[in-house]
Write a protein that binds this ligand. Structure first.
Ligand SMILES: Nc1ncnc2c1ncn2[C@@H]1O[C@H](COP(=O)(O)OP(=O)(O)OP(=O)(O)O)[C@@H](O)[C@H]1O
Length: 289
């Protein structure tokens, strides 16, 4: 099988300091994958390595089976957008289109990136969020099949961010592959089907949100009960129990397993609250030192 992105034993160090060690993953065509990790974890470095913009120390990278990236297939939106002095947005977008044999039609691109109102502005006079939208138009100009987006919504306001993720969702039916970094995990939940997490220079998680929840404490169950702690200790999926004056907090790693056994105590508990972990809390677990 030919994967959109295939990474084998990829390693990179700067000044003898490992940033990525033996990273392995495969991404199928059409997957939308979130790349997560705290500041300095190596996300940008990984994107640059995947695009051959940085030399690898070891390992292989294949994009659609090719080790030399075919620029016609790839779109990269770097974290820092580049501006051109005295170049209007419409000129920059058309310049980008001119590099490709079959570019996306101008009007489609304008609609996709929501840049209609920016077309006559100079690129070096745009706000941070506006510049991100223009960069997105430039990235998509050649109808790429694999797209790397490094913090695409940084600087965008809430409406622009929501609209952006909706547009990304629209690519699902076209089968475009995306690898996206963002410091807004709750937004990535709207689009990503899979998460890669880098920590301490290794890929520490590769899977779906469901898998992440299964491998973590997925819920807190709090209640008041006159029952003794021993009643709850052996319930399935309970990771730990805190009890204080009959106030209980149970950390549970699989609610579906826990609830059928807990039900028998329902008439002896009060103030029951169940809160499930969101992606942000789950991620913290994977990013601990
Ligand atoms: N060209 C370089 N020379 C030396 N060190 C570098 C270089 N590029 C990156 N680094 C270092 O490599 C590490 C990973 O940086 P990288 O930019 O990949 O992290 P990141 O996960 O993208 O972080 P952020 O979330 O802050 O954008 C950092 O410690 C950074 O200082």
């Amino acid at each position: 099988m030919i994967y959109a992105i295939e990474v084998h034993n990829l390693s990179k160090a700067f000044n003898k300091q490992a940033v990525l060690s033996n990273v392995n993953f495969k991404i199928k065509e059409g997957e939308i994958v979130a790349l997560l990790g705290k500041n300095g974890a190596g996300k940008t470095t990984l994107i640059r390595l995947l695009n051959d913009l940085l030399a690898k120390d070891a390992g292989t990278v294949k994009i659609f089976g090719q080790t030399k990236p075919n620029r016609n297939l790839i779109g990269v939106m770097p974290q820092k957008s580049i501006t051109l002095e005295r170049v209007k947005v419409k000129e920059a977008v058309n310049l980008a289109r001119s590099f490709y044999k079959n570019p996306m039609p101008f009007a489609e691109l304008v609609d996709l990136a929501d840049i209609e109102t920016l077309l006559d502005k100079y690129t070096d006079k745009l706000s941070g969020g506006q510049l991100k939208r223009v960069s997105f138009a430039i990235v998509m100009a050649g109808n790429p099949k694999v797209v790397f987006l490094d913090e695409p919504t940084a600087g965008m306001d809430v409406d622009a961010r929501n609209e952006f993720w909706q547009k990304i969702n629209g690519f699902k039916k076209l089968g475009t592959t995306f690898l996206i970094t963002s410091h807004y995990p709750e937004e990535l939940e709207k689009v990503a089907g899979r998460y890669l997490i880098i920590n301490n220079h290794r890929l520490v998680f590769d899977g779906s949100l469901e898998q992440m929840k299964k491998q973590n404490q997925t819920a807190k169950v709090s209640f008041v009960s006159q029952l003794e702690k021993v009643s709850f200790v052996n319930l399935p999926a309970v990771v730990d129990i805190n009890e204080n004056n009959n106030h209980y907090v149970l950390n549970v790693n699989d609610l579906n397993t826990f609830l059928p056994s807990f039900i028998k105590y329902l008439n002896q508990v009060e103030n029951l609250e169940i809160s499930q972990s969101n992606l942000e809390n789950l991620m913290k677990k994977w990013m601990e030192d």
